[in-house]
Write a new protein. Sequence first.
Length: 113
Amino acid sequence: MIFGLRENDLTEIRIKLQQFPEVEEAFIYGSRAKGIQRKGSDVDLALKGKRLNSTVISQISYILNEETLMPFFFDVLNYHSLSNTELTDHINRVGKLLYKKSESVIENDPEVK
């Protein structure tokens, strides 16, 4: 288990993120990134991408929280819109890369052509 998540949970999260071409990277932060999570700890995700906006963040949050069977609450935010410097510093310091858009995904993305 990584970040207190099973491999199939990590795979499902990555598959859901892959559905959104706006997401270039996703970082897990908070207790799970620090390895001090508890059984009911939420999953804190900071997303990066030049085309991310609040609508996309809301859609991803809804999908992860309501359309999956994972027993976690997902707290999803847009890294680029953060104004809290303490939170930004925390993500920069302890955040761990969970997902990165691959070149093969970009090549197969019809919006890119």
